[in-house]
Each structure stands twice: as structure tokens, then as C-alpha cells.
Design a protein around this ligand. Structure first.
Ligand code: HEM
Length: 410
């Protein structure tokens, strides 16, 4: 919401003018302006410097990726990493030594990872797959377009020009996190996280060279640790809040396990432990602190939303109802304010229908109401979601996460 000028904060903060620095300790003045009021005591690390995460990026990954670009080796690296797919798979021969060292370190699970909780989370993902796919796929996707910094970064990066491929790549990550073997040796989560961390470091190198990205932003470097946390909250925190709202029965152990899965995933994506919430209460507090102030409208977000909803509608039949239904589903999921920022059309017929039918469908699935109470249209929504998930499962098989070599051609 608040389009606060970080750049001005940095400049007014004097000593921070060393903008090339990847990690900067924000002086009190800047921190007071931006407002990072979340104690590292609430994090999985339990302690930390408390540095404002708006001024922290990826101190190990970013200089490495810049150097790989300077050496012109990214295409070769992508070629070598193409078949690196399983958590337990050794890295391919031929990688530059500094990249290999980084990846060997980045692929290690944190010492606090708890395998029992990860296994429990996998079961939870299986039993609650439909809701989680809905919240983390279309829900998180449409929310992200109402986050100006993310919408601009995505639009002006290479992937913004081919959203179908981009969503398919992001789905690879989503399905890896949600799969039964996510963090087992034969799973893929570690691989997708490490590749994504490399992609983000590449984006931090590339986007500042895009005049189109620069024209619409006051940031010097994209994807700060705060930005990562904001997106993180559009995933597990948003999903948990939605499931609670729909009265999905969730045991405390399941809730804790699901949080743990995302704590580990946050760490593997390069979020520093001192920012990763230790409990759901800490997560909700952090989300309340940073999510709303990082949301708002952009023309890039409106365009991306239109493309995303068009894709969702293509997977739904019959065509005559598909787009209005998808608009209504998106509005229901993300709420009126984000939907308006994203330019999602109001659907006088479908908006009230989805509002009424979805909670009943959930209650029926959870054995809380009998079938006759579920309006017929609920099955249209249910089927549309299945088709959507299947589409991206299939699409994902055709693509892999790769380090971008350029920005969006504009
Ligand atoms: C790429 C996930 C945060 C911007 C990706 C990819 C994944 C991903 C899986 C690889 C797919 C692809 O290359 O298209 C995540 C997750 C995040 C997060 C799980 C946080 C928990 C962010 C944030 C921004 C961002 C905060 C921007 C402010 C991008 C961009 C790309 C990308 C620009 C590359 C698109 C391209 O290929 O050109 N992200 N992301 N991400 N992400 Fe993120």
C-alpha cells in the first residue's frame, strides 16, 4: 500500500549510500522510516542482529552470480544443471568451482530441520492438496501481482514475456514442496530451491540493467529479504489463514508440521534464519507488519493478472462460463481490495455464487455437511481446479527452472 521510497531512505541514511553493498546495516533513521519491528527472538534462529531485511539480499549468492555473468558461463551452467533433478544426486562435473562450493553448501538442510515434521507435513499436503494447490497456485499467484515490487520484477524479467512457461516453472517448485517425498533423497525440493536461489541472484544482477524496470521503481536491487518474506507470507501464511477461515479441521501437530516445511523451504531459498518465524503467532505478526504495506496496484500487475486468469480460464470448460468463474474465484480468494488493484472484473452472477458454494464444498469434503447441501455449481469449481492442477503438472514436465540470461525483451 505504502509506496515508500526506499531509495530516499537509503540516501537520507548517509552511510548507506554504498548501494553496491549487498548487506547493509540500516541506520536507525532509515529503520525508523521503514519500520522493521519484528524481533529475531521470534525467529527459528532465536537471535540475530535485527538488521532491516529491506537492506539485505543474498550476500553469498549475489556476488557469485554477478561473477558467473561476467565470465559468460551462465548458458554452460544451465546446460550442466538441466539433468540435476534429485535431492540426493551429486552435482554434475564441469561446474565452475566457486558455484560448486556454493551449491554444495546451499543444498544442506539446516541443522534444525526435523525429518519427522517434514514427513508429517507431506501427509498433510496430500490430504489437504486441493485447498493448498488453490491457495498456493492461483491464490498466491494473483496475490503476488498485487505486490508492486514483485509484479514489476516478474513483468520486466525474461519470464514475464512467457507467463505460461513461468507459471509452469513455478509450479515445478510448488509441486516439489507439496509432494510426499519433498525432502526425501528421491524428492526434488532441495534442487528446485537451490535453482530458484540462483535464479533470484541472477535477477538481482539483471533487472538493474533494465531501463523499463528502473523507470517504475525506486529500488536499486530487487528481491530483498523483506520481499522474500512478503512472498513467503502469500504462501503458507495465506493458505493457513484461508483454511482456518473455511473451518478446515487442522490438528496442532499438522499446523506445526506445515509451518516447519515452509521454514525449511524458506531457509533453502536463502532467507536468513533470523527472519524466519518460529511459530504461527510469530508468522501472523510478521505478515501483518509487512504484507499490507507491500501491496498495491501497478499496470504490470493488472496485465499479469489478466494473463494468469486467461490461462486459468483456458483450462476450464465450458468456455462460456470459464473466465467469469475464474474472475469470481480469484476475487473470492484474494479479497476485494487486491482484486480491484489487479483489475479483476466484478462478476454479478458468479461472485455471490462462489462465495456461497466454496465454503459448503469444503465442509462437505471435510464431512461436516451432507451432500444435498452442496450446490451443483460447487462441482464445476472442483473440476475446474482439478483440470488446472493437472494442466500445470503436465506442463511442468516439459520445462525446468533455469537461470535467466537476459531481461524481458521490450
Ligand atoms: C523466479 C519462487 C520470491 C521474482 C522464481 C522461480 C521460482 C520462484 C520457483 C523460478 C521459476 C522461473 O524462473 O520462472 C519464489 C518463492 C519466493 C519468491 C517461493 C518467496 C518465498 C520472489 C520475489 C520476487 C521474485 C519477492 C520479486 C520481488 C522472481 C523473478 C523470477 C523468479 C523476477 C525470474 C523470472 C524469469 O525467469 O525471468 N521465483 N520466488 N520472486 N522470481 Fe521468485
Amino acid at each position: 500500500m505504502v509506496e515508500f521510497s526506499r531509495r530516499k531512505a537509503l540516501i537520507s541514511a548517509g552511510g548507506l549510500a554504498a548501494l553496491g553493498a549487498l548487506v547493509a546495516t540500516a541506520p536507525a533513521q532509515a529503520r525508523a522510516l521503514v519500520g522493521w519491528d519484528w524481533s529475531p527472538r521470534n525467529s527459528v534462529a532465536g537471535r540475530g542482529a535485527g538488521t532491516d531485511p529491506a537492506y539485505v539480499w543474498d550476500p553469498e549468492g549475489d556476488p557469485l552470480l554477478s561473477s558467473l555473468f561476467d565470465r559468460g558461463v551462465i548458458p554452460k551452467v544451465n546446460e550442466l544443471l538441466w539433468n540435476w533433478e534429485r535431492n540426493d544426486q551429486p552435482l554434475p562435473d564441469g561446474l565452475p568451482a566457486d558455484l560448486r562450493d556454493f551449491m554444495e553448501h546451499a543444498r544442506q538442510l539446516p541443522p534444525w530441520a526435523d525429518h519427522e515434521k517434514l514427513e508429517r507435513a507431506a501427509e498433510f499436503n496430500k490430504s489437504r492438496g486441493l485447498y493448498l494447490n488453490l491457495c498456493n497456485g492461483p491464490g498466491g499467484g494473483i496475490l503476488a501481482t498485487a505486490i508492486p515490487k514483485e509484479a514489476r520484477a516478474v513483468y520486466h524479467s525474461a519470464g514475464g514475456a512467457d507467463m505460461e512457461d513461468r507459471v509452469a516453472k513455478t509450479s515445478l517448485f510448488g509441486f516439489a514442496v507439496g509432494s510426499l517425498n519433498a525432502y526425501r533423497p528421491d524428492g526434488k525440493c532441495i534442487v528446485e530451491c537451490v535453482k530458484t536461489r540462483l535464479v533470484h541472484a541472477a535477477v538481482r544482477h539483471l533487472l538493474p540493467q533494465s531501463p523499463h524496470w528502473k523507470a517504475g521503481t525506486d529500488e536499486e536491487i530487487p528481491i530483498s529479504q523483506e520481499d522474500m518474506l512478503v512472498t513467503w507470507h502469500t504462501l503458507p501464511t495465506f493458505a493457513m489463514r484461508k483454511m482456518r477461515e473455511w473451518e478446515v479441521p487442522i490438528s496442532d501437530d499438522d499446523a506445526e508440521a506445515y509451518l516447519h516445511l515452509w521454514q525449511v523451504t524458506g531457509h533453502m531459498l536463502g532467507i536468513a534464519d533470523e527472519y524466519i518465524p518460529a511459530t504461527w503467532d510469530a508468522a501472523y505478526a510478521q505478515s501483518d507488519l509487512i504484507l499490507a504495506r507491500n501491496m498495491g496496484p501497478t499496470w504490470e500487475g493488472v496485465k499479469l493478472t489478466d494473463i494468469l486468469l486467461g490461462q486459468l480460464a483456458e483450462q476450464t470448460s465450458p468456455a462460456s462460463i470459464s473466465r467469469p468463474l475464474c474472475n469470481a474465484l480469484a476475487r473470492y480468494l484474494v479479497g476485494d481490495q487486491a482484486a480491484d488493484w489487479d483489475g479483476i472484473q466484478h462478476e454479478p452472477v458468479w461472485d455471490p455464487v462462489v462465495r456461497e458454494a466454496w465454503p459448503l464444498l469444503v465442509k462437505f469434503r471435510e464431512g461436516l455437511v451432507p451432500l444435498p447441501m452442496v450446490p451443483e455449481v460447487a462441482w464445476t469449481i472442483d473440476e475446474a481446479l482439478r483440470q488446472y492442477i493437472l494442466f500445470y503438472l503436465t506442463k511442468g514436465e516439459e520445462t525446468k527452472i533455469e537461470i535467466p540470461t537476459h531481461n524481458r525483451p521490450e
